[in-house]
Design a protein around this ligand. Structure first.
Ligand SMILES: Nc1ncnc2c1ncn2[C@@H]1O[C@H](COP(=O)(O)OP(=O)(O)OP(=O)(O)O)[C@@H](O)[C@H]1O
Ligand SMILES: [Mg+2]
Length: 232
């Protein structure tokens, strides 16, 4: 049986990725709805590069990014999931991969894309971890090298999804937003202040990033449904 041959993702932090673990769950269904909405949000321009951010820490950016990458991969797209949070990276824990080589190594010109990409146990899903934490994340993400990374990846993968730091804390996600086709803003139920979400939206707009929509993470469970909402 297909499911038995795969190693399920569960990190030492206890991070299970629900879309992989239980694809028929209502939460996985919500992620697929988000995937559909992303695909339909750009009628003329295809969304190849997508980033996920939020106003503040711990609102669910990394979890959302990983689950979105999985549902795109499950659809048959070739997906590259990239940890562009070079300050508090978590993808290597989530996927239980080595982080000796990653995005930061590529950005300083020390590695090729092929040498930093990890295959995963999920069909069509490939990953790039952050690499060693650099002293100058914003500078690296705003460098020509980052533009090259995106251009090169687009030739290899159908969808590239970036996990990023919070918008109100540092400029990294603003910088990346201007390089990506679309940005998703995660808000967390009972945590994100509306004013902060508005400020984040404003900051993203300043860099000509294209905000596709907002996800409400961790919403109250109602009749096993409506965990997540996606919309403008
Ligand atoms: N919907 C949810 N239900 C339960 N736990 C959640 C949910 N969303 C996030 N969490 C938990 O909250 C914590 C923060 O989530 P996550 O790491 O995805 O946030 P983040 O925005 O990437 O944080 P950071 O700003 O530190 O990068 C994690 O322990 C995660 O497992
Ligand atoms: Mg994170």
């Amino acid at each position: 049986m297909r499911r038995n041959r795969k190693k399920r993702f569960k990190s030492h932090q206890g991070r299970t990725l629900i879309t992989d673990l239980n694809p028929s769950s209502p939460i996985a269904e919500q992620y697929r709805t988000i995937r559909t909405n992303i695909s339909f949000s750009a009628v003329d321009d295809k969304i190849n590069t997508l980033m996920v951010t939020s106003s503040n820490p711990s609102e669910g950016k990394s979890l959302t990014t990983a689950n979105l990458a999985i549902v795109f991969a499950q659809q048959g797209s070739s997906v590259l999931l990239v940890d562009a949070d070079l300050r508090k990276p978590t993808l290597h824990y989530t996927l239980q991969k080595s982080n000796t080589l990653g995005l930061s190594n590529y950005l300083v010109g020390a590695q090729t894309i092929e040498s930093i990409v990890h295959n995963t146990s999920i069909d069509n899903l490939h990953a790039v971890t952050s690499g060693p934490i650099p002293p100058n994340p914003s500078e690296l993400l705003g460098s020509k090298s980052m533009g090259n990374f995106i251009e090169e990846s687009k030739h290899i993968y159908d969808v590239i999804i970036f996990d990023t730091p919070p918008v109100l804390a540092v400029t990294d996600s603003q910088i990346l937003s201007s390089l990506c086709d679309g940005t998703i803003l995660v808000t967390r139920n009972k945590q994100t202040e509306i004013d902060e979400a508005r400020r984040a939206k404003k900051l993203l707009a300043q860099t000509n990033g294209r905000l596709l929509g907002t996800i409400l993470n961790d919403a109250e469970r109602k009749k096993e449904n409506y965990y997540y909402y996606y919309g403008n």
